[in-house]
Design a protein around this ligand. Structure first.
Ligand code: FPP
Length: 236
């Protein structure tokens, strides 16, 4: 079975570049190229939602040059790839804390969403200046601001205020680059996702690597806390 929604931590760009004696930013640039190609591979396989972690709330701790390089990459990405993605039926959403990014990045953010708003082939959500804890907090704040009473605040209600309210919860979470952690990505939404970790560095994550992840997912037994048919013992 093909997952409807795949979420990815695109890790390993820096190491990919270092192995080639190139600056880390070159790794991010190749990482962006890999992402643009992967969107097509996902759409071809029937995946409806792809969500990627492009800049985390914690990435501000990186050297200034890398932070501004990643910001500039949003502008470069829009200039270089927006038209192509739009023509291929990709709907782009950007989620994260807009307040800390520059006006130019916010404009690119709006432009990519507006240009592709009516596309339906696949939804690419780019998490930028995003953190899972920030997301839960901002959803609570929005609900409270609306005047929601504490006892009226349900999981469904909160989910409607989360950054990914436009998508079902991810079925498959992928992290490249060999680390085995979630790093404050979609903390709320990953509750029942299947996890797949690979040593493959992000710029090398191609159609064949995607197919390996999809094959692993197809072999998983998803029980959502219940029990497998004719099985005993606690579900998970
Ligand atoms: C983690 O690799 C990667 C990032 C922090 C940035 C991911 C960004 C892209 C793939 C480009 C797409 C960008 C936009 C703006 C859409 P790392 O730097 O932590 O790698 P390392 O673990 O090898 O050092």
């Amino acid at each position: 079975m093909v997952p409807r929604h795949v979420a990815i931590v695109m890790d390993g760009n820096g190491r990919w570049a270092k192995k080639r004696f190139m600056p880390r930013l070159v790794g991010h640039k190749f990482g962006m190229d890999a992402l643009v190609q992967l969107v097509d591979h996902c759409a071809e396989r029937g995946i409806e939602f792809l969500t990627v972690y492009a800049f985390s709330s914690e990435n501000w701790r990186r050297p200034d040059e890398e932070v501004s390089g990643l910001m500039d990459l949003v502008l470069v990405g829009v200039a270089k790839y927006l038209q192509r993605l739009a023509e291929r039926g990709v709907r782009i959403r950007m989620v994260g804390d807009r307040s800390a990014v520059s006006e130019r990045v916010r404009q690119a953010w709006d432009q990519s969403e507006q240009t592709t708003a009516h596309n339906t082939r696949i939804t690419l959500t780019v998490a930028f200046n995003y953190g899972g804890r920030w997301d839960i907090l901002q959803a609570c704040q929005r609900a409270l601001r609306e005047g929601t009473a504490p006892e009226a605040l349900t999981e469904d209600h909160l989910a409607r205020h989360m950054a990914l309210a436009h998508a079902p919860d991810p079925d498959l979470f992928i992290r490249t680059g060999g680390e085995l952690r979630v790093s404050n990505f979609l903390l709320w939404q990953l509750a029942y996702s299947e996890f797949y970790f690979t040593d493959c560095l992000w710029p090398d994550f191609n159609a064949a690597e995607l197919d390996k992840a999809l094959a692993a997912f197809a072999g998983r037994d998803r029980r959502f806390g219940g029990v497998a048919p004719a099985a005993t013992g606690a579900g998970s």
